[in-house]
Design a protein around this ligand. Structure first.
Ligand SMILES: [Zn+2]
Length: 161
């Protein structure tokens, strides 16, 4: 059941300094201009479902977990943001995608799909095997197979802006 829908995103689309394009693996989102640290580049917007079984099959890979039992079917261009094990963007509490470092025009924007806070280590979170994939991000701490939520080893200050 759809329990809420965020405002139509189209009217805000132009204000984000990002655009959808393709890399060698498929669609991706890149910076439309040079960016600083802490810049908003997109927002996750879409329908929120309170039951995972209601997620349409063709949207499984675009379902964003909201808390532990709600899912957003992302309709904005944020759905094309790819994963990286050392991402250059993060998602804030209002679902805005914010840069973690200065970026050049044309650079691909990435977030980490499966990171949990160190204090949540050991907790089990639902992971649909259909979300799993092999990561090609190339970063030094790439964990390869993305098939569960995990705690990443990286400097603590990287996720603060
Ligand atoms: Zn990786």
């Amino acid at each position: 059941m759809v329990i809420s829908s965020l405002p139509i995103y189209e009217q805000f689309k132009l204000k984000y300094p990002s655009k959808v394009t393709k890399n060698r693996y498929g669609k991706c989102l890149v910076a439309k201009e040079d960016l600083g640290r802490g810049d908003v580049v997109q927002r996750y917007e879409g329908f929120i479902l309170d039951c995972y079984a209601d997620v349409p099959l063709n949207e499984i890979c675009y379902a964003l977990a909201i808390g532990t039992d709600h899912y957003m079917i992302v309709q904005s261009d944020a759905r094309y943001i790819n994963h990286a094990c050392t991402p250059n963007c993060d998602i804030d509490q209002d679902y805005y995608v914010v840069t973690l470092e200065p970026l050049k025009k044309g650079e691909e924007l990435t977030v980490c799909y499966n990171e949990i806070e160190p204090e949540h280590k050991g907790m089990t979170y639902f992971w649909d095997p259909r979300w799993s994939f092999t990561c090609h991000c190339g970063s030094a701490n790439c964990i390869g197979k993305i098939d569960k939520y995990t705690v990443y080893k990286r400097p603590m200050n990287v996720t603060e802006w």
